[in-house]
Design a binder for this molecule. Structure first.
Ligand SMILES: CC[C@@H](C(=O)O)C(=O)SCCNC(=O)CCNC(=O)[C@H](O)C(C)(C)COP(=O)(O)OP(=O)(O)OC[C@H]1O[C@@H](n2cnc3c(N)ncnc32)[C@H](O)[C@@H]1OP(=O)(O)O
Length: 254
């Protein structure tokens, strides 16, 4: 079964859906590969105006890395080997030549917030919540999403969220500029959400994105994302991290 769906819409945009609702769309190795392939396909299509990324189900956009695979007993080099491919996926997503919009249909935690941050814009359903909770797990973001957060919101707001590792409501996330819009259940239809983008031509969209990417120093961005993955791999071996993952795993067994 495909754990990542890629749909081409008649209106000229593409939709990537994280498709593992029973596990709150937690990212496992298969999904990393499928996401990578989906992004390559989108990149090749020159008629697509923009891409949306969303999660299947009504509970979560994405609950982060799958803690069965990204488990606590990995050594530093093993952790690096697992984290780096998803960091490469997020770099691809962040630098895609067309605009990207995360449609946050449910909560996002850890790596789920990293995926959303790699998109250019974030729209959320009212009542959802978000957390860069890695700090509470004895680690730090490891897919490059912490680095990207510094590009997307005020630097102090980024540092504050990463260091406190707390859950933010839609209001808090709007206040720091991470979310761009919040919609009610009734308004949560593709027509309402995407209407403002649809009038643009593909040429306009690629230019707008190019102009935005020009404002980022891309070489430096990839170096900083790589540094993040290396740092997270080192933290992976900490006792605090092992204990936090163990706690989650034990809670599943009861
Ligand atoms: C590893 C990469 C790292 C990074 O670089 O950023 C990270 O992503 S760290 C963050 C990892 N994510 C988490 O720590 C979140 C773990 N999940 C939870 O704390 C809870 O599931 C929840 C998000 C608070 C939701 O709780 P609840 O509503 O009670 O749902 P369940 O807990 O019952 O979840 C349903 C189902 O989904 C499975 N699940 C959820 N998250 C993960 C996960 N991250 N990895 C693997 N599986 C996950 C959960 O186990 C349940 O399945 P069953 O056990 O089969 O019932």
């Amino acid at each position: 079964m495909s754990l990542v769906l890629l749909d081409w819409m008649e209106d000229g945009y593409a939709v990537i859906t994280l498709n593992r609702p029973e596990k709150l769309n937690a990212i496992n190795h298969q999904m990393v590969q499928e996401l990578d392939e989906a992004l390559d396909l989108v990149r090749k299509e020159d008629h697509v105006k923009f891409l949306t990324v969303t999660g299947n189900g009504d509970k979560a956009f994405c609950a982060g890395g799958d803690l069965n695979e990204f488990h606590g007993n990995l050594e530093e080099d093993e952790a690096y080997d697992l984290l780096a491919p998803m960091k490469n996926v997020l770099y691809k997503l962040a630098t895609l030549p067309i605009p990207t919009i995360a449609l946050l249909n449910g909560q996002a935690r850890g790596g789920g917030c990293e995926i959303a941050t790699a998109c250019d814009f974030r729209y959320a359903l009212k009542g959802t919540s978000f957390g860069f909770i890695q700090g509470k797990l004895g680690i730090a973001p490891g897919w490059g999403g912490g680095t990207l957060l510094y590009e997307k919101v005020d630097k102090q707001a980024a540092a504050h969220w990463l260091m406190t590792a707390t859950m933010y409501s839609t209001d808090q996330a709007l206040r720091i500029g991470w979310l761009h819009k919040v919609y009610s259940d009734k308004e949560w239809t593709m027509e309402t959400l995407l209407q403002p983008f649809l009038h643009n031509s593909q040429e306009q969209m690629t230019w707008f994105k190019k102009q935005y990417l020009n404002s980022l120093k891309l070489d430096e961005l990839s170096v900083r994302m790589e540094e993040e993955t290396i740092s997270c791999s080192k933290l992976w071996e900490s006792e605090a991290h092992k204990e936090a993952v163990q706690k989650f795993m034990l809670s599943r067994k009861n």
